[in-house]
Ligand binder design. Structure first.
Ligand code: FEO
Length: 396
């Protein structure tokens, strides 16, 4: 499959409808994904990125159906991660002398992955590569989201090839932002940002400002996953600026795990209490053992505060709670508040442990949390409701 995007620019990637797990098993892809590769057929021909290795054969065949591989003058590797470079070894076996343009860190990453001495050409921000009438302008984008990441921009057609930035794990035969369901598109966009780009938000904002300062006209953004932004491409740029600015909605997310429902009952009654004193706040509850962790992270991203609950087990916390706390620690959320809760039978360490983890992760713990012994009785339930009622003031 391939299709024209504009003038001499073609999409030649792979729509992966079957994908459900990405980054090994780390990232859920409920709506599949795409690996976007682009062919620019000007006087000189440039190929921008490839696809994930399992699709190498069909990718190279597809490419060869569009152009004699020997007519490809330049291979651009915007990013070395395997989902974009997986087909490179096979492609380069056909055209071993073709120059590969990438950042200095791209050489390290590609060599580290494939151990091949390809004809690397290192580029830096502002470097230009002539394709004839048009040029590719390179912009390094370190840590968006790997050290090697870069964008490139095609003059004349005003297309930004942004690699992972502005992408979504979202399979669609439509392939353009104006043709797909907008709620699905932005749900996948925010999940992608929350789970992958959150730790690099300051760099996201800085890089966008840097690119905007170049005053390059922008007609289309071609990311490496999901749909192409041809309709008002600035909308996703503006959305990224909002997401990068310690994004939050009027939402409190309560995440917990439970053994015999005591901590679940606590969660539900804390939620009830919050609702009694703040009718406007969107309170959402997720049992971590039953909910996809990447979906939970997207909800944490949207929240102004989170409550994390676990009963005490073996003087510690349940493993699903430990896992999400580790995920949260690594994502470096900013400007969010938090509290801990949980029931216990005898020693009762869980709440203190969760609160310490949240503080370490950069959350502002609003109090010492709430512990209830055994399954909450009427008094215990009332204490949860009262605790919830007091939270909006503490979170203000
Ligand atoms: Fe889509 Fe960082 O690879």
């Amino acid at each position: 499959m391939n299709f024209n995007i504009k003038n001499s620019v073609y999409w030649i990637g792979k729509i992966d409808w079957e994908l459900r797990k990405f980054h090994g098993d780390e990232y859920s892809a409920h709506r599949g994904s795409t690996y976007n590769s682009y062919l620019v057929k000007e006087e000189k021909v440039a190929l921008i990125d490839t696809v994930w290795a399992p699709f190498t054969k069909e990718f190279v065949e597809n490419l060869a159906s569009m152009i004699d591989l020997n007519k490809i003058d330049y291979v651009i590797a915007n990013h070395a991660e395997s989902d974009h470079s997986g087909a490179l070894p096979e492609l380069m076996r056909h055209i071993p002398e073709t120059p590969v343009y990438c950042t200095k860190n791209g050489v390290k990453s590609l060599t580290g992955h494939y151990h091949k001495d390809w004809n690397f050409n290192v580029v830096k921000t502002g470097d230009r590569l002539s394709l004839g009438q048009k040029e590719l302008v390179f912009v390094e984008a370190p840590m968006l989201h790997w050290p090697d990441s870069m964008f490139c921009y095609l003059t004349g057609d005003n297309i930004l090839f942004s690699n992972d930035a502005f992408g979504q794990h979202y399979a669609s035969e439509f392939m353009f932002n104006d043709l797909v369901d907008q709620a699905e598109l932005f749900a996948e966009g925010i999940k992608y940002y929350a789970n992958i780009l959150t730790p690099f938000s300051s760099m996201v904002a800085q890089k966008i400002k840097e690119v905007l300062s170049l005053n390059l006209p922008l007609d289309i953004i071609c990311p490496s996953h999901g749909v192409i932004w041809r309709d008002k491409p600035e909308q996703i740029v503006e959305q990224y600026m909002r997401w990068a600015d310690d994004y939050q909605e009027n939402q409190i997310t309560i995440i917990y795990d439970t053994m015999w429902n005591g901590t679940r009952v606590m969660a539900e009654h804390i939620a009830k209490g919050i609702g009694l004193s703040d009718k406007a706040v969107n309170v959402k509850l997720y049992n971590l053992a039953k909910t996809d962790k990447n979906d939970v992270i997207a909800e944490v991203f949207k929240s102004k505060a989170i409550l994390v609950g676990s009963p005490t087990i073996n003087k510690g916390i349940l493993t699903s709670v430990a896992a999400i706390l580790e995920e949260i620690r690594g994502l470096k959320f900013k400007n969010k508040k938090a509290a801990a809760f949980g029931c216990y039978g005898w020693s009762g360490e869980s709440v203190k442990m969760i609160a310490e983890n949240l503080t370490t992760a950069g959350f502002d713990a609003v109090d010492e949390g709430l512990k209830v012994m055994w399954n909450p009785d009427d008094a215990g339930i009332e204490s949860c409701v009262e605790y919830g009622k007091g939270l909006p003031v503490k979170l203000a």
